[in-house]
Design a binder for this molecule. Structure first.
Ligand SMILES: *[C@@H]1O[C@H](CO)[C@@H](O)[C@H](O)[C@H]1NC(C)=O
Ligand SMILES: *[C@@H]1O[C@H](CO)[C@@H](O)[C@H](O)[C@H]1NC(C)=O
Length: 230
């Protein structure tokens, strides 16, 4: 039988359902219950049988649609929660060594000394501490850090000691060292992805003898949470 015929029969079936209901009284199978083989919906004649099969297909599709929608709604809820959690722990900072653009040098230390970067470009989450110079991980995750070490010795005969180390909880993870008296200026950059636990401290150490000079924010320290791991 042509599809057009089946559709017509189904429409007729649905249209007369209420009418037959009122004639046949309660207990008659409604078209919304096509799984039953009793009643006129799934009768023996070819027309209503095709109609019944079609109603069954429609019912299957409705169930499939409902299940898919339920699944999507569950996944959406989980994604939403995870996104809210990530938004709440956004963390990124970018700082430079000195405020202002006057030429300055950090004092030449005789001991290991954490560099306190004074110029804050931004400090989202407030996890960089302007007093200590340390970044504290607000949660466990993969973090990205970039440090540029630069110095200008003033003239090529002066000693250049542009050296520093990135450390996690006081332990050196990566370092850079440019020490000589024939370069007037030099720079180097450390870029790292680090897996940190909540509370881990990341800072930049100035080893004994090293000192940094600049006038235009050439010494920078930046970091951000790439993604949380819990
Ligand atoms: C669709 O799924 C919901 C949630 O499981 C259920 O409460 C509802 O009865 C279902 N609807 C249909 C028409 O199957
Ligand atoms: C920065 O560190 C100092 C010294 O440990 C501490 O007293 C201060 O509360 C910290 N500031 C912030 C914003 O966490």
């Amino acid at each position: 039988m042509a599809l057009r015929g089946i559709v017509l029969l189904c429409l007729l079936h649905a249209a007369f359902a209420n009418f037959f209901n009122s004639w046949e009284g309660p207990g008659r199978e409604s078209p919304q219950d096509p799984n039953s083989n009793s009643g006129s919906a799934c009768g023996a004649d070819e027309g209503s049988c095709s109609c019944c099969l079609m109603l069954r297909e429609v019912d299957k599709l409705a169930t499939l649609f409902n299940d898919s929608l339920n699944k999507l709604e569950r996944e959406y809820a989980l994604t939403y929660q995870s996104l809210k959690k990530t938004e709440a722990s956004r963390s990124a900072f970018s700082v430079a060594l000195f405020n202002g653009n006057a030429f300055k040098c950090s004092s030449r230390s005789t001991v290991n000394k954490v560099i306190v970067y004074k110029k804050v470009f931004f400090n989202l989450g407030n996890n960089y501490n302007l007093t200590t110079g340390a970044f504290t991980a607000p949660r466990s995750g993969i973090y990205s850090f970039a440090v540029t070490i630069y110095s200008d010795a003033g003239s090529s005969q002066n000693t250049l000691a542009a050296c520093a180390q990135l450390q996690v909880n006081g332990r050196t993870v990566a370092g850079s060292s440019e020490q000589n008296n024939h370069d007037q200026e030099d720079s180097s950059t450390i870029v790292l992805a680090l897996q940190l636990n909540v509370g881990d401290r990341v800072d930049i150490n100035l080893p004994p003898g090293c000192f940094l000079c600049d006038d235009s924010h050439y010494n920078t320290f930046s970091g951000f949470l790439l993604y949380p791991t819990e």
